[in-house]
Design a protein around this ligand. Structure first.
Ligand code: C2E
Ligand code: MG
Ligand code: MG
Length: 597
């Protein structure tokens, strides 16, 4: 090899004079290019399948870390390591055979990591058209590839859990479904949504919410079998696609395993959190072989699982798709209803069971839906809660009730109290509104604010919370209720018996009464099991110093049974249905409702 020329520095001045200056003293201008180009450049001598390096540029030596004497004059097999040489030789042969340059991309492991290079090899032909040499170049595209891979990860994977995101999951599902069509081996899509995650996220803050989601993702991943596709489809939604030899039995077993998997509490930053999933299942090919359909169907089934009481699984059926459609329409209509304030509050008296004397009222929300009429909250409350709209509507209910109480008080009805239902979502501090950092508005502040605007001298409000609220995060519930009781007179536990309160735990809560759920009252006095449950609850409540209210009393026989069992108060159609505010004064003047003492 010719001795190296002194290196020259190419300054970014593109005048001819500058170039002339640079080239002065260099007899071989091409040499300058060879020495200074950033790409790897080499020349190989070819003789009947033998390849030998003739010249390599400094970029080559820099990239490989080799010295010129280790390369120049040596066969390529001694320089290029064995895993690559086979491929390289094939490309050389190809270029020679085609009499044309060939291109490929090469990934080379270096101690500092993988390097990606775009390689080009061009044959050099003599006058007879024989290939005597090969010129090779390698353009390093590592940065570009790494950036591309990062983009790819961002576009296809969820950064929090590392699982495929919704887009990628759908692609994988579509491929799986296509495979089912081809090979006939069925698979199932399980769509998992965490129950009440929004509530937990708002209560604990988003970073703990994220940590919880990560742990959920880890548990699911640990359980997944090779070949399963697991993805995060949205906030608290996960999807699993798995081959099932015998659907629906296998799919059910899989879903039951998932339910079991999430049963143990999660430890998140010192909090012990319990979270249950609702799982919807769609099977391929039975339900559909189209990825879009499968996701929609499994989603509809998941909603059905929620509606059936959460923490369970449901298989897709055609009616569910209609129900899901209905739900979307309902959500849309409710958003409009909130804007247009299409709600009213009705009042149902609670009475002293023995005397029938009106003891107080419960405020019950109604939606005055245009063209439909009054709609019960049973139909729309789940949507208000899931969408968070209940905060707005709930605030409005509280304000309406307090203002109403003040009006009744001014009209001479003293000592009145009205119980207001509050959902779990309302008990939590509201997330800060977009674009604002103000102190978050809480239920406590709102109640205080309403009572300041409409002061009550003798009347008061009470709050009804359901058991499930108390059990999700018991410590949080206790602290919140304690503060709320300083502004609201009394706290009732609503629908008692339908959740799974730990009785020992109840003793530590700042509550005043239990409302026995209607399901235990409706078959009284004949249903022996219900009769004993009701007696036990009354006994328990009294031993804890709590008042008991029985809901849904419709018959005189139910009332008699409850009086004998020692129940203090009751509510139900036997005494009065919920009535508009305008009908309350007449009830109050009568002083008692429905029955004679
Ligand atoms: P809840 O608090 O357990 O209310 C009792 C429900 O039983 C009311 O249904 C009431 O109309 C009904 N009811 C009363 N007596 C009888 C009876 O003798 N027989 C029968 N079959 N039913 C009776 P409603 O008004 O449809 O409310 C349903 C649920 O919606 C309530 O259950 C409560 O959990 C929720 N809710 C109602 N208003 C509000 C509200 O303003 N905010 C919140 N967060 N939830 C509310
Ligand atoms: Mg209630
Ligand atoms: Mg109730």
């Amino acid at each position: 090899m010719a001795p190296r020329q002194p290196p020259v520095t190419l300054a970014p001045r593109d005048t001819a004079a500058h170039l002339a200056e640079v080239l002065r003293g260099h007899d071989d201008p091409l040499r300058i290019v060879f020495d200074h180009v950033q790409d790897v450049v080499y020349l190989i001598e070819h003789d009947d399948g033998d390849y030998r390096f003739v010249a390599v540029n400094p970029a080559f030596l820099h990239a490989t870390g080799l010295a010129a004497q280790d390369v120049v004059g040596r066969p390529v097999d001694e320089v290029i390591p064995p895993p690559s040489i086979e491929l390289v030789r094939r490309h050389y042969a190809d270029a020679i055979a085609r009499r044309a340059p060939v291109h490929w991309e090469e990934v080379t492991p270096f101690p500092s990591g993988l390097r990606y290079g775009e390689v080009m090899v061009a044959p050099v032909l003599d006058d007879d058209g024989r290939c005597t040499h090969l010129v090779g170049t390698v353009h390093d595209v590592t940065e570009h590839r790494v950036a591309q891979q990062a983009l790819d990860r961002l576009a296809n994977y969820d950064p929090l859990t590392g699982l495929p995101n919704r887009v990628r999951f759908r692609e994988l599902l579509a491929a799986e479904a296509a495979g089912v069509v081809e090979h006939g081996k069925p698979c199932a899509l399980l769509y998992l949504d965490l129950d009440g995650f929004k509530t937990i996220n708002d209560a604990l803050g988003h970073s703990l919410g994220d940590a919880l989601l990560q742990q959920v993702g880890e548990r699911l991943r640990a359980q997944a079998r090779p070949g399963d596709i697991l993805g995060r489809l949205g906030g608290d939604e996960f999807g699993l696609v798995a081959a099932v030899a015998a659907p629906p039995g296998d799919a059910r077993t899989l879903a039951e395993t998932m339910l079991e998997l999430l049963r143990a509490p999660f430890q998140v930053d010192g909090h012990e959190i319990r979270v249950t999933p609702s799982i919807g299942i769609a099977t391929c090919p039975e339900d559909s072989c189209d990825a879009e359909d499968l996701v929609r169907f499994a989603d509809a089934a998941m909603y059905a699982a929620k509606a059936a009481g959460r923490n369970r699984l449901a298989f897709y059926s055609c009616e569910m798709d209609q129900q899901a459609q209905h739900r979307r329409e309902l959500e849309h209509a409710l958003r409009e209803a909130v804007e247009r304030r299409e709600f009213v509050v009705h009042y149902q008296p609670s009475v002293e069971l023995r005397s029938g004397r009106i003891a107080g009222f419960e405020a019950l929300l109604r939606w005055n839906r245009p063209d439909v009429g009054l709609v019960s909250p049973a139909e729309f409350m789940p949507v208000l809660e899931d969408t968070g709209l209940i905060r707005d509507v709930g605030d409005w209910v509280i304000e309406t009730v307090v203002r109403q109480l003040a009006e009744w008080e001014a009209a001479g009805h003293t000592g009145l109290h009205v119980a207001i239902n509050v959902s779990a979502v309302q008990l939590l501090p509201a997330p800060p509104r977009a674009g604002s950092t103000d102190a978050t508005h809480t239920l406590l502040e709102h109640v205080r604010d309403c009572l300041a605007r409409y002061p009550l001298r003798t009347g008061w409000i009470e709050l009804e919370v359901t058991e499930s609220v108390l059990m999700t995060d018991p410590e949080f519930a206790r602290a919140t209720l304690e503060r709320l009781r300083t502004v609201a007179g009394r706290i009732h536990v609503d629908d008692f018996g339908t959740g799974y309160s730990s009785l020992a735990y109840l003793t530590r809560l700042p509550i005043d009464s239990l409302k026995i759920d209607r399901v235990f009252v409706q078959d009284l006095p004949d249903d022996v099991e219900d009769a004993s449950i009701v007696r036990a609850v009354i006994g328990l409540a009294h031993s804890l110093g709590l008042d008991v209210i029985a809901e849904g009393i419709e018959t005189a026989a139910q009332r008699r049974f409850l009086i004998e069992a020692g129940c203090d108060h009751g509510q139900g159609y036997l005494f009065a249905r919920p009535v508009p505010a305008g009908d309350v004064p007449a009830l109050l003047r009568a002083g008692r409702a429905g029955v004679d003492a």
